[in-house]
Design a protein. Structure first.
Length: 173
């Protein structure tokens, strides 16, 4: 069991340990209920559960119709209400390329990394060697964060600072 507080167990008092235990139990209970609700929705498949960098549990699910793919996350702190908390939306550009269209949701929670890992896994499972995408002018106010994110996930990033645009490329290998 991972605990949010990184101090050794012996330095925590009983109240802190009990509080963490209750929080994890609540997340587990919520996870069970949310997985049932997502599965009942019938519009996709649950891919798995994962843990964020802040030790929060999330459910990863996808809708994939063969033309477009959306990898979504729902946290386990709130009830599932038919909407995702984060998503990466992509299309199958060709038989060998997935194109990321949009990434939506809050930043700096670890959701993007989780979704990107599942998107790359989907590419590998389907023998798709490339994931591509564009960096648009509307992204320029946070371009440094995007470049860091994509490079962390082994993408090549090519920016045109003069025209405020760019391209990303991941090669399965």
């Amino acid at each position: 069991m991972l605990l949010a507080d990184t101090r050794p167990e012996e330095e925590k008092d009983a109240e802190e340990i009990l509080e963490e235990k209750e929080e994890l139990e609540m997340q587990l209970f919520r996870m069970q209920a949310n997985i049932k609700d997502i599965a009942k929705n019938g519009r996709g498949e649950v891919l798995g559960i994962d843990q964020t960098s802040e030790d929060k549990w999330v459910i990863v699910h996808a809708i994939d119709d063969g033309n477009a793919c959306k990898i979504m996350i729902n946290d386990c702190e709130t009830a599932y209400k038919g909407m995702w908390d984060f998503s990466i939306q992509a299309t199958y550009k060709t038989d060998d390329t997935i194109k990321i269209g949009d990434i939506k949701g809050p930043s700096n929670k670890g959701y993007g990394s989780i979704c990107m890992n599942y998107l790359k896994q989907k590419a590998r499972q389907n023998n798709i060697p490339y994931i591509v995408g564009d960096i648009a002018e509307r992204d320029w106010d946070h371009v440094d964060r995007l470049v860091h994110f994509y490079k962390k996930h082994q993408f090549n990033v090519d920016l045109d600072s003069e025209n405020k645009c760019g391209e990303i490329l991941w090669i399965n290998g």
